[in-house]
Write a protein that binds this ligand. Structure first.
Ligand code: ADP
Ligand code: NI
Length: 226
């Protein structure tokens, strides 16, 4: 996908190329909101956000590319599969041990999971990847992804009788079967205040406004007002 190399170092470029091929293959049957194109957007946004931050771009790139190879949502809640596969892959690429460890920590800690879990690790590289991943949950793409995921899980679009639940524990959040509109209140609209970087926050605010407009229109149509 990238014709312009991001890294001057030829061997790093090769690792990135191999990682892209590996991730594309791992995600060939993925749900539409968590497929290669999600990764590609998160990768590009991570590189964009990195411009304004003091980070190791190799760690950011590998973290972004590998962050969703085995999402626990699609592995019966097992959140050890992704980090393990990523680490095994990076070893085949002779990536330095400390980089592998950092990338694994990014994969383990990037997820929102209801927003109420205590994050055990932080680094600027994680903050960049987390912002890029969160941006993809917002705006037009965020809306499309939410409804695709809801459809994938056979959830209702909306049910006025089922109200959103804030402050869910990570396990409650994972087990929730609520209509997709609830996800806006349980996650998507909370994200703009949780961004880590300036660049991320600015883009998030614009996408947030777009989602609010969408919701207003949605309720107006639901109630036959428009
Ligand atoms: P996290 O686990 O950190 O919340 P996810 O990977 O679950 O992040 O969420 C990624 C995207 O998947 C969300 O932004 C949304 O588009 C979709 N998604 C996840 N859970 C739901 C849900 N309950 N309803 C609708 N979409 C969801
Ligand atoms: Ni993601």
């Amino acid at each position: 996908m990238t014709s312009t190399p991001i890294f001057d170092d030829v061997s790093v470029e090769e690792i990135i190329r191999n990682t892209i091929a590996f991730v594309k293959d791992e995600l060939k049957d993925a749900e539409g909101g968590h497929d290669w194109f999600h990764i590609e957007r998160v990768y590009k946004n991570s590189m964009l956000i990195s411009e304004g931050e003091k980070v190791d771009k190799i760690v950011v790139a590998l973290g972004a590319l590998l962050h969703d190879i085995a999402d626990s949502k699609f592995h019966n809640g097992d959140d050890t599969v992704g980090p393990k596969r990523a680490s095994e892959f990076l070893k085949t690429q002779n990536v330095a041990e400390e980089i592998i460890e950092h990338v694994v920590k990014i994969i383990e800690n990037v997820s929102f999971s209801g927003g109420n879990k205590t994050q055990k690790f932080t680094s600027q590289e994680l903050e960049v990847v987390q912002d890029a991943d969160r941006l993809d949950a917002l705006g037009a793409i965020g809306i499309a992804r939410a409804f695709n995921y809801g459809g994938f899980k056979n959830r209702k679009l909306y049910d006025p009788e089922i109200t959103p639940k804030l402050n869910m524990s990570p396990s409650e959040y994972k087990a929730s079967n609520a209509p997709t509109i609830n996800h806006f209140y349980e996650k998507l609209l909370l994200l703009k205040d949780r961004m880590n970087t300036e660049t991320g926050r600015k883009i998030a605010e614009e996408r947030h406004v777009f989602m609010e407009t969408f919701l207003e229109q949605f309720y107006a149509e639901w109630n036959g007002e428009k």
